[in-house]
Design a protein around this ligand. Sequence first.
Ligand code: ADP
Ligand code: MG
Length: 195
Amino acid sequence: MISFRNVTICFGGTLALGDVSFEIEPEEFVFITGPSGSGKTTILRLILKEIMPDIGEVVIAGRNVAEIEKSELPAYRRSMSMVFQDFRLLSDRTVKENVGLALAIRGVPEAERDGKVKEVLASVGIESKINSFSQQLAGGELQRAVIARAIVGHPKILLADEPTGNLDPDTAWGIVELLETIRKNGTTIIMATHN
Ligand code: ADP
Ligand code: MG
């Protein structure tokens, strides 16, 4: 599903990744671990084609990302989803509107959105928060809402960058268990964590 072949990338004089190779199979749940500055986020950004390697190849679903044209990039990135440490939802919209927006972007007709939003919120355990705004949610609930928005379009790949970094250990474990459930439903998951 994801191959890194002898990938090297530098930022200015800083070597971020040096000759990195690995394979990730479909529906694997992979952790990228290492201290701050070790190159975890750089790996995720390479998968998204936000940056390109100086040497080596990144191959996603059989396709070298170097061959993806600029015009194809939005569709390419929509085939995967990203969850960050700092729970980003639009603060002037409800949970329902935030998750619904992800469906609108993917061209899902308005009439179908509500049902899908309710279903995904139930699957992450926060259906009772459907009309809440982000400032009304606890950290773990907010991260569940962000994950709901990330998975509602059924991405093949979910990239999570320190998704538990701002959560207490019990809440963090709940999020990891939720990600494992998502994996079982057919999504490949790559989670970067220093923890
Ligand atoms: P991690 O996510 O493991 O904390 P990063 O992938 O963010 O690590 O960074 C790896 C290294 O590359 C660090 O030394 C970082 O300072 C450097 N780096 C990452 N992105 C940039 C950038 N856009 N410009 C300059 N240096 C960067
Ligand atoms: Mg990082």
